[in-house]
Design a protein around this ligand. Structure first.
Ligand SMILES: Cc1cc2nc3c(=O)[nH]c(=O)nc-3n(C[C@H](O)[C@H](O)[C@H](O)COP(=O)(O)OP(=O)(O)OC[C@H]3O[C@@H](n4cnc5c(N)ncnc54)[C@H](O)[C@@H]3O)c2cc1C
Length: 375
């Protein structure tokens, strides 16, 4: 059993932390308060190769593996979970096209994403459901050699900056299929971004598909395999969400340690009080457990194995850790923790998002239990 990162992973990890401290941290509060998408940072992360980290060089990737992907997201999320999320969300379309696309689709639709020259979005959730694929109501009707897509998608991250969308729709067989849709296609319409509690600035929006026509060659994978494609892509993004939760928990612990050392009560630093030490020790222990669960899920994928259950465990556990760790950090900070001018309350709001997006905790438990029972 080897718990060491390799030299390349260590380099990528420390470069990402340096970038997060220098470029991201100073913008984190403003991204949150204005809910502005951090376009310049997102472009810079493309130049740094963050969107293509796990993929082969022939598809514009960095051949650094999924562990490197998790490490980068963790470091970015120590400064801003929204910025970490830009990288985490991008893998959804990439993974789907990489695993299921043909050579032409990989060249035309994957390389621009991995190289960071365009952004993509992933359109699964609808007003009536984010959890139940049977309730997907968006339709893709065959017309000549084309498909005409009609429907509405909700909570779509990166939609305002995306040039390309991966859209899930029910085809004429009644099953769900996946299509690459250029955002410039007539009928692809955006509403203003949703106002969310946390992860503000991710551009999360409602997308209308008003008779959008795409050629048949834009179908990804076999007809009717959309649900399988969604499950596979999302299993990787869950590793990214777990890494976001770990990064946010680390930030909560770092801020709490600093504060506890300098804040005094009854003539001594509150760090000397056993109640505060209890909180710090709980945060550190849970964080460490979550971090290794996340790294292990990424490592298993780097060995070429599926990670549906492992990534569900990592997301379930780390999102709970993040919610608890940020709550504890608020407690360490007392009234100051609730102030908008300090970062702790932002971490607390962002942490909650990890229990909801990319599948609610209840769905993660269903995946884990289903896998246990089948085994
Ligand atoms: C910031 C943000 C970004 C997002 N980005 C994207 C994106 O880019 N693309 C995209 O497609 N979606 C995106 N989403 C949508 C997100 O993935 C869904 O909101 C999420 O999967 C939950 O779906 P829902 O809101 O429809 O909840 P529902 O499915 O309506 O569930 C509501 C509640 O019902 C219970 N429940 C539902 N199903 C079950 C079950 N099987 N077993 C037990 N309990 C259950 C749970 O308590 C759950 O919390 C995003 C959401 C947010 C908030």
């Amino acid at each position: 059993m080897d718990f060491n990162l390799n030299e390349r992973e260590k380099m990528i990890q420390s470069a990402a932390w340096e970038f997060a401290q220098k470029e991201v941290l100073c913008q984190a509060a403003e991204i949150d308060s204005t809910a502005r998408f951090p376009l310049e940072l997102a472009r810079e992360m493309g130049r740094l190769g963050y969107y293509g980290l796990p993929y082969p060089a022939e598809y514009g990737g960095g051949r650094a593996g999924y562990t490197a992907y998790a490490l980068v997201i963790e470091q970015l999320s120590r400064a801003s979970m929204t910025v970490g999320s830009v990288v985490a969300v991008s893998i959804l379309s990439e993974e789907a096209i990489f695993r299921y696309g043909d050579q032409r689709q990989k060249h035309d639709c994957l390389v621009p994403l991995t190289s960071g020259s365009i952004f993509g979005c992933f359109c699964f959730t609808e007003p009536a459901t984010g959890s139940d694929p049977r309730a997907i109501a968006t339709r893709a009707r065959p017309d000549g050699g084309d498909y005409v897509i009609e429907g509405q998608k909700s909570f779509i991250s990166l939609a305002p900056v995306a040039s390309q969308a991966l859209v899930f729709a029910r085809d004429d067989t009644g099953r769900v299929s996946a299509f690459v849709v250029p955002a410039s296609a007539p009928g692809f319409l955006l509403r203003e971004p949703c106002e969310t509690l946390g992860l503000r600035g991710l551009g999360t929006s409602v997308v209308y598909l008003d008779g959008v026509r795409v050629p048949g060659e834009n179908l990804i994978g076999a007809k009717g395999s959309g649900y399988e494609i969604m499950l596979e892509a999302i299993s990787l993004e869950r590793v990214g969400v777990a890494a976001q939760a770990v990064g946010t928990s680390q930030a909560a612990l770092d801020l709490s340690l600093d504060y506890a050392r300098q804040r005094t009560a009854y003539g001594r630093p509150i760090a000397e009080m056993s109640t505060i030490q209890w909180l710090l020790a709980e945060m550190a222990s849970r964080l460490e457990a979550g971090r290794w669960l996340t790294y292990r899920a990424a490592f298993v994928r780097d060995q070429g194995h599926p990670v549906r259950s492992q990534s569900a465990m990592a997301k379930l556990f780390c999102s709970q850790v993040a919610v608890e760790a940020t709550r504890m950090a608020m407690q360490v900070h007392g009234a100051y923790g609730t102030m908008k001018s300090l970062p702790v309350e932002r971490l607390y709001r962002d942490a909650k998002m990890t229990e909801v997006y990319v599948g609610v905790s209840e769905i993660q438990r269903a995946i884990i239990a289903g896998s246990l029972i089948r085994e």
